[in-house]
Design a protein around this ligand. Structure first.
Ligand code: GA4
Length: 329
């Protein structure tokens, strides 16, 4: 029996560890330096909605620099961090996720990011001269990951054999594109040590955007749901990026790609730090299957909607909801 000493824990659903959390060896790896990258990536998006990218050209030092800045921030006393919160939806958040009652064993910072020119909404602490190294790491990281996302989305178009090659990438790199960046810290949870329980760090959900690019430290915790509904643990790799297909890309491909359900299960032992850049389209953009991809008699599986409509609906939903369900025909 676990003794709960932290009252906040009462609110978080405790879930049993998936038996010796065997790491899944089947996560598709897309080596960007290989000629088969486009084909492999399309295959992965159809089967899993998820893949790992290697040989991406982004120095691991840059990832570590930003991670160290995040760790510095999350190590501040709660009163200091709370000056940047609560997240509504941007800013510092602790345990509360979204506005509709979801909770997780996580604290985070959420930024809105514009793509052209690249900028983000700074919280007050980031305007201080002492935050100069945080600002520069953040800007360099966002710029590098935005280039990577463009490259991945162009390869996707190539793999899908559609023209122009930037038909998907331009949705997320235009002036009005709606990006979000998230720094997550899953702290250790000493009361769970030695028990066979684990905690919901971030409950199961799909991402509403086109794609999300994730990098984490070498901690376990990320799990994805396979086509058959089973959950598997993703082996960590701090030098690579993991890409999630989001709901919008599922719609753009008329269901050929699957928006991957994922979650973070905190084992209570190690501190997990992740950084995720969510690439969304402009608010006015219609999210509908790409005409280049549709077969002769193929019908859209979805009602027509704009990103603005979808995002508004998403923010009214609970994390685990099937948000696309509302828009299916
Ligand atoms: C999931 C993907 C991103 O982390 C996020 C999340 C957002 C939030 O944390 O504020 C949401 C969630 C996410 C989807 C449903 C709503 C909104 C929490 C929530 C319950 C930043 C996003 O864009 O959607």
């Amino acid at each position: 029996m676990v003794v709960l000493t932290d009252p906040a824990l009462d609110l978080i659903s405790l879930i049993r560890s998936p038996k010796p959390a065997a790491c899944f060896s089947g996560v598709p790896i897309v080596d960007l330096s290989k000629p088969d990258a486009a084909a492999r990536l399309v295959e992965a998006c159809k089967e899993f909605g998820f893949f790992k990218v290697t040989n991406h050209g982004i120095p691991v030092e840059l990832m570590r620099r930003l991670e160290a800045e995040a760790v510095k921030f999350f190590s501040l006393p709660p009163v200091e961090k709370e000056k940047s919160g609560p997240a509504k939806p941007l800013g510092y958040g602790n345990k509360r996720i979204g506005a509709n009652g979801d909770m997780g064993w996580v604290e985070y910072l959420l930024f809105a990011v514009t793509s052209k020119p690249l900028s983000y909404t700074p919280m007050d602490f980031l305007r201080e001269p002492s935050a100069c190294s945080f600002r520069s790491a953040l800007k360099e990281y966002l710029s590098a990951v935005r280039k990577l996302a463009s490259q991945v989305l162009e390869l996707m178009a190539q793999g899908l054999e559609i023209e122009p090659r930037d038909v998907i990438s331009k949705l997320v790199t235009s002036e009005a594109s709606d990006g979000i960046f998230r720094l997550n810290h899953y702290p250790p949870c000493p009361v769970l040590r030695g028990s066979n329980y684990s905690l919901t760090g971030f409950g199961e959900h799909t991402d509403p955007q086109v794609i999300s690019v994730l990098r984490s430290n070498n901690s376990t915790g990320l799990q994805i749901s396979l086509k058959d509904g089973s959950w598997v643990s993703v082996p960590p790799d701090e030098e690579s990026f993991f890409i999630n297909v989001g709901d919008s890309l599922q719609v753009l491909t008329n269901g050929r790609f699957r928006s991957v359900r994922h979650r973070v299960v905190a084992n209570g032992m190690e501190s997990r730090v992740s950084m995720i850049y969510f690439f969304g389209p402009p608010f006015a953009e219609k999210i509908a299957p790409l005409p280049q991809l549709m077969g002769e008699r193929e019908q859209s599986l979805y009602k027509e909607f704009t990103w603005d409509e979808y995002k508004k609906a998403a923010y009214k939903s609970r994390l685990a909801d099937n948000r696309l369900g509302l828009f299916e025909k």
